[in-house]
Design a protein around this ligand. Structure first.
Ligand SMILES: [Zn+2]
Length: 146
């Protein structure tokens, strides 16, 4: 698996953030698929990534130090080396969010139209049912345990 696939979703998106805010400095290629960098966060961290053996990547941050994990600083370094990959992922994410928003708006419109089509008595009855359902769901399962 590649370095990016081994990152947790949290490290991945924080890494994308760091890449976007250009926190990665001094990227140096040390061999074919190995790079060093300095990433500024709370402090400055020294990062080494090995794309052939991602688990051998290191970072001096408290999260990664002495552990074989992929941290946000490694992810940010990776995307600074491969910016087209980062831009593609960011664009896909934006498109996904726009699509989710569109679906949400569409559903909201449907619900509004539906509610508009109801009489006041129907709305009243549905609201009472809904509130009673919520109240019932909140109760413990052993409510009838007597
Ligand atoms: Zn780190």
């Amino acid at each position: 698996m590649g370095l990016i696939d081994l990152a947790s979703s949290n490290s991945f998106w924080r890494g994308i953030d760091y890449y976007q805010s250009k926190k990665v400095k001094n990227v140096k290629k040390t061999s074919d698929l190995e790079f060093d960098s300095i990433v500024s966060g709370t402090e400055e961290y020294m990062v080494h990534i090995d794309l052939n053996h991602p688990r051998k990547s290191t970072c001096t941050c408290p999260f990664a130090e002495g552990r074989r994990v992929i941290c946000k600083h490694m992810v940010a370094t990776y995307f600074t080396i491969y910016p087209e990959e980062a831009e593609r992922i960011i664009k896909e994410q934006e498109e996904y969010e726009e699509e989710q928003e569109r679906i949400f708006d569409e559903h909201l419109n449907e619900v509004r139209e539906y509610v508009d089509s109801l009489t006041e008595d129907e709305v009243r009855a549905m609201l009472i049912n809904k509130l009673m359902d919520e109240w019932y769901d909140d109760d413990d399962d052993d409510y009838y345990g007597w």
